[in-house]
Write a protein that binds this ligand. Structure first.
Ligand code: HEC
Ligand code: HEC
Ligand code: HEC
Ligand code: HEC
Ligand code: HEC
Length: 373
């Protein structure tokens, strides 16, 4: 009997070491790729960990995964290069997130993304297949240079069609099998995809040893960060009618206007006439997830949701129009702003973030002023 227990313990030990792979640290890349490193360190991918992202930390604190299961499954996407990843994913073993563990501060690490070999679909979430070669990085350039530090495997199709992004971004289902988040990407192709919009070409060589003049931006703007790079995909227009006017938002994006259920978008419209400003009704666009309680649909936290109970977001590649009962006349200035909040007010309160500036700041994506002729 004793012998069997010993054997099975060794076996578990073996599985654990095999699952925790080693990755080079982000800082290792900084000496030769300083520009990319700097962009990345300011991005959400560089700050996705529970210690750096206060919103993530606040939601985890209320989550049954912490309070009932005592595991940190979020690590799979928020800090996938933790050197004790499989222990973090296992319930009730006493292993919890630890700020002193440097590898748990690496977030969506450089070496992790550049070692994604394939992405497989899955029920609860998709799965990244990571290459076993620790020092060979994938990309898609026709003719890359050579690196004294690592091998380069280029012309990797998933780095062109953006499939490499999907392992963490397609969907996430809760225990009830409901998709809490789903990107639902529509009509992507080799020219228009996650990479072309979220990693546009910007000035500067990709390494200190490269003669190139451009590189793909690693600041990954989305709702955080500088949104100027994304403004061109959301255009605002105005049409004047007899006793009302309409503002349209054209959303040339392959996914809906927000993806995370915590978010809210706002359309702010005001009219300036003879120095006086009249504020129009603010349009709020968001998704509410929830569940049926005694025959009525009620909002719930993500882990209890079974359905979408309200959705006023703008769909992929579509246009929405909003009417305002106000008669415009010559000389009026109509100011229109479209942007996002990281968290709906109610959610910020629920997660104890009502005083958190990041969570409550309105981030303008597109704005335009129309002067009536
Ligand atoms: C000693 C310098 C050095 C270090 C350290 C280094 N690289 Fe590189 N890397 C290079 C050079 C040189 C190239 C080729 C440059 C080019 O093609 O412009 C390159 C190319 C790449 C490419 C391919 C880009 C392409 O042009 O297709 C990737 C991806 C990459 N590096 C990732 C990393 C990551 C991730 C790290 C850190 C874990 C890292 N590098 C650390 C020097 C380095
Ligand atoms: C399947 C991968 C995956 C897993 C697992 C995952 N997340 Fe995320 N998370 C994401 C992605 C991708 C985003 C960015 C999505 C977006 O902005 O719409 C995100 C964003 C967030 C945000 C918004 C952060 C901000 O600063 O705006 C919070 C909060 C969050 N996740 C909490 C959690 C918690 C808590 C867990 C574990 C219980 C978890 N996530 C597990 C992929 C994942
Ligand atoms: C979320 C995934 C992801 C992360 C994290 C990431 N990269 Fe990239 N990287 C990409 C993709 C996608 C490309 C574009 C591939 C292509 O077009 O060849 C790219 C391109 C590059 C290139 C070639 C740049 C160019 O356009 O010439 C280098 C070098 C590079 N990455 C290094 C890094 C370094 C260093 C880090 C961390 C500081 C990093 N990457 C983090 C996904 C990622
Ligand atoms: C045509 C350009 C375009 C393409 C293609 C695109 N996006 Fe976006 N993405 C945007 C814009 C613009 C926003 C800002 C939100 C909005 O108004 O739609 C955004 C927002 C996001 C956000 C933040 C959403 C939130 O609720 O926090 C994530 C995450 C994201 N995109 C991921 C992706 C992924 C993954 C892909 C590929 C499947 C992709 N995007 C393809 C333009 C694009
Ligand atoms: C290892 C998992 C992983 C991979 C692979 C990945 N992401 Fe993400 N991504 C995340 C997580 C986690 C977040 C949310 C981080 C946070 O806010 O805490 C995120 C956030 C984002 C955002 C939102 C940033 C914002 O400002 O709100 C964009 C845009 C994005 N990712 C684009 C991409 C693109 C493009 C790719 C492919 C080149 C990609 N991601 C690959 C995990 C991943």
């Amino acid at each position: 009997m004793k012998k069997i227990v010993l054997v099975s313990l060794l076996f578990i030990g073996g599985v654990v070491t095999a699952a925790n792979m080693h990755f080079e640290k982000n800082a290792k890349c900084s000496s030769c790729h300083p520009k990319i490193y700097e962009e990345y360190m300011g991005s959400q991918h560089g700050n996705a960990t529970i210690f750096k992202d206060k919103l993530h930390g606040a939601v985890y604190n209320k989550h049954p995964q912490k309070n009932k299961l005592q595991k940190y499954r979020c690590a799979k996407c928020h800090t996938p290069t933790a050197d004790n990843l499989s222990e973090l994913l296992t319930p009730h073993n006493g292993v919890t997130p630890d700020a002193k563990n440097e590898t748990q501060n690496e977030a969506v690490a450089c070496a992790y993304c550049h070692r994604i070999e394939e992405v497989k679909s899955g029920k609860a979430m998709s799965k990244n297949i990571i290459s076993k070669e620790p020092l060979s990085y994938f990309s898609n350039k026709e003719k890359p240079g050579t690196s004294p530090f690592h091998k380069i495997t280029t012309k990797k199709a998933i780095f062109k069609d953006a499939k490499l992004c999907m392992g963490c971004h397609t969907h996430k289902a809760n225990k009830k099998g409901f998709n809490v988040c789903a990107t639902g990407a529509k009509d992507m192709n080799a020219e228009k995809n996650c990479i072309s919009c979220h990693m546009p070409q910007v000035e500067g060589a990709s390494s200190i040893m490269s003669k190139g003049t451009k590189h793909r931006f690693h600041g990954f703007p989305g709702i955080h960060g500088d949104l100027k790079l994304l403004s061109k995909y959301v255009t605002l227009d105005l049409s004047k009618e007899k006793s009302q006017f309409k503002v349209s938002v054209k959303h040339d994006v392959t996914h809906a206007s927000t993806l995370h259920p915590l978010r809210m978008s706002k359309l702010l419209v005001s009219v300036e006439r003879d120095g006086n400003v009249t504020q129009m009704k603010t349009e709020k666009l968001f998704q509410v997830i929830g569940a049926e309680v005694n025959g009525t649909a009620k909002p719930t936290p993500p882990w209890l949701a079974t359905k979408i109970i309200k959705d006023s977001r703008i769909d992929a590649n579509s246009k929405k129009e909003y009417a305002y009962a106000f008669t415009l006349k010559k000389g009026d200035k109509v100011k229109v702003k479209f942007g996002h909040l990281l968290m709906k007010k109610k959610a910020a309160k629920k997660f104890g973030l009502e005083a958190n500036e990041e969570a409550n700041k309105f981030r303008v994506l597109s704005e335009k002023t129309f002067v009536i002729e």
